[in-house]
Design a protein around this ligand. Structure first.
Ligand code: PMT
Length: 406
């Protein structure tokens, strides 16, 4: 997403300015060309040489620096940016831009740019909650400026609460949303991720090794491409992506209810979750005692097949299923494509190391209803998510689910 993009990183004067160094490092590593603009106060917290060394570009601060103006004026900084990120953004900088004030290089550049602007506020919790600040933010949001929500925690001023600069990795992730292709703008994508848990008794449950990484990567990528994303997630250890509607569920029946209640809103449904096919027939109300038994037989009841129910419903959404197989990958995946009446199956051989449950990479094939097969090498789940969305986008252009299934 960031490769060859021109990013303007604005750093205003707050203690969190040191975290902007890590954000810069991530952006440069991802292939972006970053121009750093520091306010005078920001230079009190971190020396410009650090930003200059990491970005490989001179750091800009002075509005009327004649030498720099000749090489790269403030209007040129504004014009060539694909995205401006202000991190940390103080109440002062936000207040100035909200009122059209441009009295230094950063505010002037922000006023002059046509690129998307992301403010990442960091301040004392009382400032953050001050209605004057909130009005300024709301005013900027109305005009199309973007904001990340500060994190909660111990603040440099000694207070506890909301106001911390989010993790640089979270800012990096969120900002991708604003530089990439917006080919899914106007679409709603419903994604399921993670395992389900089926309780045996109050302390035990049946589940599987799904970490949710694949489904969350698809959710993030779809959001980055402009889609409205609904993520129905089983219990996982991942932080939900920002600006995604997350519905937390535990059991297969809860996932079924959550998906069925929202499927009519969706243009695309991607079922990356590993749903338990069975649940204990009876859930014990108290902890089961082993007694003097040497064996125990657990009776299981069949869970609903959510994907098959969606296929049977034949709604308008494009339906994408996954098939996790340990043998006869193609045969079994094609059977799922037909039996569950889906438009596309992502087949993954989960017996291969680094290729499925829990790993950061995956090996998949896309199978469609016309017999086309696209085989991908072992790739990070983020990249597979984008390749999958490329494929989905083409299918949407061809008319989407209802038409393809006719
Ligand atoms: O979460 P990760 O650790 O990143 O791992 C990713 C993954 C391996 C979980 C993912 O790539 C994957 O393969 N997901 C589907 C796992 C699975 O349950 O496959 P299946 O072949 O049993 O099911 C086929 C399809 O039917 C799936 O889309 C599944 O969501 C759906 N299904 C299955 C059973 C059921 N009761 N209801 C369903 O909707």
């Amino acid at each position: 997403m960031y490769r060859d993009k021109q990013i303007l990183l604005g750093v205003s004067g707050g203690i969190a300015a040191y975290k902007a160094v890590e954000l810069l490092r991530l952006l440069v590593k991802a292939g972006a060309d970053v121009q750093v603009v520091m306010t005078r106060h920001a230079r009190e917290f971190v020396g410009p040489l650090t930003f200059q060394t990491l970005s490989g570009n001179p750091v800009h601060s002075e509005l009327f620096n004649l030498i720099q103006e000749q090489e790269i004026g403030h209007i040129s900084l504004a014009d060539r940016a694909d995205l401006c990120i202000v991190a940390p953004a103080t109440a002062n900088i936000i207040g100035k831009v909200a009122h059209g004030l441009a009295d230094d290089l950063l505010t002037t550049t922000l006023m002059a740019t046509k690129a998307p602007v992301l403010f990442v506020p960091a301040m004392n919790v009382n400032m953050w909650e001050n209605p004057l600040y909130l009005e300024n933010q709301a005013r900027l949001e109305q005009h199309g400026y973007h904001f990340m929500t500060p994190a909660v925690g111990e603040l440099a001023c000694g207070w506890e609460g909301q106001g911390k600069l989010p993790d640089p990795a979270a800012i990096f992730d969120f900002a991708q949303n604003l530089v990439g292709s917006r080919d899914l703008a106007g679409r709603t994508v419903l994604i399921t991720a993670g395992p389900t848990r089926e309780e045996v008794d109050p302390v035990r449950y049946l589940t599987n090794h799904s970490s949710g990484k694949m489904g969350y990567a698809i959710a993030r990528a779809a959001r980055n491409r402009g889609a409205r994303v609904i993520l129905v997630s089983g219990p996982v250890d991942l932080t939900p992506p920002e600006k995604v509607d997350v519905v937390q569920i535990t059991t297969a029946w809860e996932m079924h209810a959550a998906v069925m209640a929202r499927c009519d809103d969706a243009d695309v449904i991607v079922k990356a979750a590993a749903v338990a096919d069975f649940r204990p027939l009876e859930r014990e109300t108290g902890k089961m005692k082993k007694g003097d038994r040497s064996q125990l037989t657990l009776e299981l009841a069949r869970n609903p097949d959510i994907l098959a129910d969606l296929g049977a419903k034949r709604g308008r959404a494009l339906l994408v299923g996954f098939a996790a197989e340990t043998d006869d990958l193609l045969v079994n995946a094609r059977k799922k494509l037909d039996d569950k009446r889906v438009d596309l199956i992502v087949a993954n051989d989960v017996s291969e190391a680094g290729a499925g449950f829990g790993s950061d990479t995956i090996i998949v094939m896309f199978l469609d209803r016309h017999g086309n097969i696209e085989e991908l090498p072992c790739l990070p789940k983020e990249e597979v998510a984008d390749r999958l969305l490329d494929r989905i986008q083409l299918m949407l252009e061809e008319g989407g689910g209802e038409k393809l299934r006719r």
